[in-house]
Design a protein around this ligand. Structure first.
Ligand code: EPS
Length: 391
C-alpha cells in the first residue's frame, strides 16, 4: 500500500528517492519541503560540508501542476560537493577512483561493511553508510508530512540532551522556540551549555551524542494493530528510528524508567470529563496494545557520538596489517539536532503504512472521507442510547 526507497552515495552525483502510495490530489508546498531540508542541514556542530550543500528537491515523476497524481513520486536532491573536480574524480559512477581508504573507524560501518561486501577500499562502504543519505529520507518524509498534515497529524522534535548536558523536565514545547535554538532545545539555559559542550568537544577533537524527543499530535485512536507483532505501532516506530545512523535506543512514554515503577504508577487511569473518556497522564506515550490510544505519541531517542573523531581512535591499516589511527575524514562534531529532524522524517514515513491501512483512499478526498466516517463511528460507539440497548 505504501513503500519508499532511496539511493545515493554521500559524494556521488545525487540522492534519489521513490515514494509509492501517496494518494492523488495532494497539493504540494515545495518551499516547505526545501525548508525542512534546510532544517536538517542546520544545528550547531555540523561540518564544513553544510556550507557547500544547499539541499533542494527536484520532482521527476508523480506530480503535475503542483499536485500528486497517485502514481509513484520520484525525486532528486543533488550533491553540490560532486561538482568539484576532486570529488568527481573520486566518485564518478563510471571512471571514479583513487587511493583506497584502509583504516576503519571504530563505531562506523567501515569494517563490517568491507568484509561483508568484499571491499578493499573502505570508501566503497562509507559512501552509502554516511548520514548524507538522510537528506533523501527527510525529503520523502517532508512530502508525507503534507498528507499527514491534511489528516491533522503533526510530528515535532526537540533536543533534551547533548553529552552530559541535560535540559530540565520537558513535556511539551513551542515549535517556534525550538526552531530558533541552534541546538533545537526549548530550555534556553541548557541550550547555552550544550553549545559550550560542543565547542569543548571540538577543541578536544572529540564528538558528542545526545537525546531528543519526537512527539506526534492528532493521531486518531486505533492506528497500528495488535493482530501480529510486526503491525504494532510501537514496534514500527522503534524499527524506523533504529534504522537511522547513530541511534542506539528508542523509548516510548516512560520508556526504560517503567522497569523500576510499580503498576500503580506505570499506567494512565481512565476518567470522565462530562461524557468524554479522558486520561490525566500519558505514561504510555500514546500507544497501548500496539495501537494509538488518542493521546500524543511521545518517543525518546538516544544517539551515539559519531565515530569520525578528529583525534582519531586507535585502528589498524587493513592492507599493511599495522597499527594505525582511524581514517580521518571531514566530519561533524555533533549531529543530535540534525538527527532530530531525520527522526521526524522517519516517524512520518513509518506512520504512512498504518495510517493508510486504516484510512487510505486513492485520492486525498477519499482518505479524508474514510477518516471522518471512522472518527464518527468511534464517537458513536458508546453513546448512552446504545449502552442501554446492550443491557
Ligand atoms: C558524514 C560526514 C560529513 C557530513 C555528512 C555525513 O560529510 P563530508 O565527509 O562530505 O564532510 O557533512 O553529512 C552530510 C553530508 C549531510 O548532508 O548530512 C558522514 O561520514 O556520515
Amino acid at each position: 500500500m505504501f513503500a519508499y526507497l532511496t539511493a545515493g552515495e554521500s559524494h556521488g552525483p545525487a540522492l534519489v528517492g521513490i515514494l509509492d502510495g501517496i494518494p492523488a490530489h495532494l497539493r504540494l508546498d515545495v518551499a516547505a519541503i526545501d525548508e525542512t531540508l534546510a532544517r536538517r542541514q542546520g544545528g550547531y556542530g555540523r561540518s564544513a560540508r553544510m556550507k557547500i550543500e544547499r539541499d533542494q528537491v527536484e520532482f521527476l515523476a508523480g506530480v503535475r501542476g503542483g499536485e500528486t497524481l497517485g502514481s509513484p513520486i520520484a525525486v532528486v536532491v543533488r550533491n553540490r560537493d560532486y561538482l568539484t573536480p576532486k570529488v568527481r574524480a573520486l566518485m564518478d559512477p563510471l571512471i571514479g577512483g583513487g587511493d583506497p581508504l584502509t583504516n576503519p573507524r571504530p563505531g562506523h560501518a567501515d569494517y563490517a561493511g568491507a568484509l561483508k561486501y568484499r571491499q578493499r577500499d573502505l570508501r566503497n562502504v562509507l559512501e552509502r553508510a554516511s548520514a548524507r543519505e538522510t537528506a533523501m529520507r527527510v525529503c520523502l518524509g517532508a512530502i508525507c508530512a503534507q498528507l499527514l498534515g491534511v489528516l491533522g497529524i503533526v510530528t515535532r522534535s526537540c533536543v533534551v540532551r547533548i553529552g552530559d548536558v541535560e535540559a530540565g523536565e520537558i513535556d511539551d514545547w513551542n515549535a517556534d522556540e525550538v526552531e530558533e535554538s541552534d541546538v533545537r532545545c526549548p530550555d534556553a539555559d541548557a541550550a547555552l551549555r550544550m553549545i559550550e559542550a560542543i565547542d569543548e568537544a571540538k577543541r578536544a577533537g572529540d564528538t558528542l551524542g545526545g537525546q531528543f524527543l519526537v512527539r506526534i499530535d492528532g493521531m486518531p485512536v486505533g492506528v497500528g494493530s495488535n493482530r501480529q507483532p510486526d503491525q504494532r505501532l510501537d514496534g514500527i516506530l522503534a524499527g524506523a528510528l533504529m534504522g537511522m545512523q547513530t541511534v542506539r535506543a528508542v523509548e516510548i512514554g516512560l520508556g526504560a524508567d517503567v522497569a523500576a515503577i510499580p503498576g500503580s504508577r506505570a499506567h494512565d487511569a481512565f476518567g470522565l470529563d462530562g461524557d468524554s473518556v479522558v486520561r490525566r497522564t500519558n505514561r504510555a506515550g500514546g500507544i497501548e496494545g500496539g495501537m494509538s490510544n488518542g493521546e500524543p505519541i511521545v518517543v525518546r531517542v538516544s544517539v551515539k557520538p559519531i565515530p569520525t573523531l578528529m583525534k582519531a581512535l586507535p585502528s589498524v591499516n587493513l592492507h599493511e596489517k599495522t597499527d594505525a589511527p582511524a581514517t580521518i575524514v571531514r566530519s561533524d562534531v555533533c549531529v543530535v539536532p540534525a538527527a532530530a529532524i531525520v527522526a521526524e522524517a522517519m516517524v512520518r514515513l513509518a506512520l504512512m503504512g498504518p495510517v493508510l491501512e486504516k484510512y487510505g483512499g486513492d485520492s486525498v478526498e477519499e482518505t479524508l472521507d474514510n477518516l471522518a466516517r471512522s472518527t464518527q463511528a468511534a464517537a458513536n460507539l458508546f453513546t448512552r442510547n446504545l449502552g442501554t440497548r446492550v443491557q
